[in-house]
Design a binder for this molecule. Structure first.
Ligand SMILES: [Zn+2]
Length: 84
């Protein structure tokens, strides 16, 4: 059964998730956390289990932005709520 055209939705760019950058205090490097769902205007800090083995407390809102298609990341979650 043919679907009615929904041209507006189809014009949206593909969704590659969002990136939240955070500083790894242990190694002094910048890491990237990918989150699949929109980190809505919830600015509560998150606790990120970093690849260095420690958990870093990260402030969310100033650093969030859309992820580009080929941008690498260090960690991935579906929702920031997993880290609160
Ligand atoms: Zn770290």
């Amino acid at each position: 059964m043919p679907q009615p055209r929904r041209s507006k939705k189809n014009k949206e760019p593909r969704d590659f998730g969002w990136v939240i950058s955070f500083g790894c205090k242990s190694t002094g490097t910048l890491r990237r956390l990918k989150v699949d769902t929109v980190p809505s205007p919830d600015t509560r800090p998150i606790e990120v289990p970093c690849v260095c083995g420690e958990t870093h407390r990260v402030t969310v809102s100033p650093y969030r932005r859309r992820r580009s298609a080929d941008e690498p990341f260090d960690l991935e979650v579906a929702s920031l709520d997993e880290l609160r």
